[in-house]
Design a protein around this ligand. Structure first.
Ligand SMILES: CC(C)(COP(=O)(O)OP(=O)(O)OC[C@H]1O[C@@H](n2cnc3c(N)ncnc32)[C@H](O)[C@@H]1OP(=O)(O)O)[C@@H](O)C(=O)NCCC(=O)NCCS
Length: 164
């Protein structure tokens, strides 16, 4: 089956909530996604494999600052390039219509996410003390200057869609 990256729709939200509960210790309520997908300033994408939602990503933008709020891939589909597809798609959209900085918080203990963000050129900026709960942990704030990067699709074109 092919993986398709597309806009998150209202009918995806139950599936998104299932992945969310499996991944995050403090999951967003479904209403938070419902509100996010309505905002013209947000970019919310899902990775769909047939009828299944196997990953998703949400970014909000305010003037020249964007914030990566959510990125998750179902644990059965990890390390197959799904997050890379989602991040590439969202960065290309940002690159086309936004020229500021994309910020995110990540747990310093979250090696997979740290490696992923470093691969896309995010820099470590500063530490936000006691940002996370369950378990308590500081957050590392990372940033990527969108106007300084070549569109990602030009870096490493995805010639064939991912299949599972
Ligand atoms: C972080 C996460 C989104 C990565 O998703 P994924 O689809 O498995 O990532 P990809 O397969 O696209 O990997 C892309 C790159 O990220 C890095 N990476 C991903 N998983 C990694 C791991 N377990 N160990 C080391 N590097 C890893 C690698 O550089 C990888 O490139 P490579 O496979 O060519 O070496 C996924 O592990 C996840 O959902 N984690 C839980 C939620 C989370 O932590 N979200 C981020 C919150 S800030």
């Amino acid at each position: 089956m092919f993986v398709k990256i597309r806009d998150m729709a209202k009918y995806d939200l139950n599936a998104v909530a299932i992945v969310e509960k499996g991944v995050f210790s403090s999951p967003w309520p479904l209403a938070a996604y419902e509100s996010e997908i309505k905002k013209p300033t947000s970019i919310c994408k899902v990775a769909a494999c047939g009828d299944y939602i196997i990953g998703y990503m949400c970014v909000s933008t305010i003037l020249d600052e964007a914030h990566l709020m959510k990125l998750a891939v179902h644990e059965n589909f990890r390390r197959k390039g799904v997050a890379r597809l989602l991040v590439t798609e969202v960065l290309d959209i940002l690159h086309d219509k936004f020229s500021g900085i994309l910020l995110l918080e990540v747990r310093p203990s979250n090696l997979p996410a740290l490696k992923l963000y470093e691969k896309f050129g995010f820099n470590k900026l500063y530490v936000r003390k006691r940002y996370y709960v369950t378990p308590d942990e500081d957050a590392l704030v990372m940033g990527l200057n969108i106007n300084r990067v070549t569109p990602f699709k030009d870096h490493e074109p995805i010639s064939s869609p991912l299949t599972f």
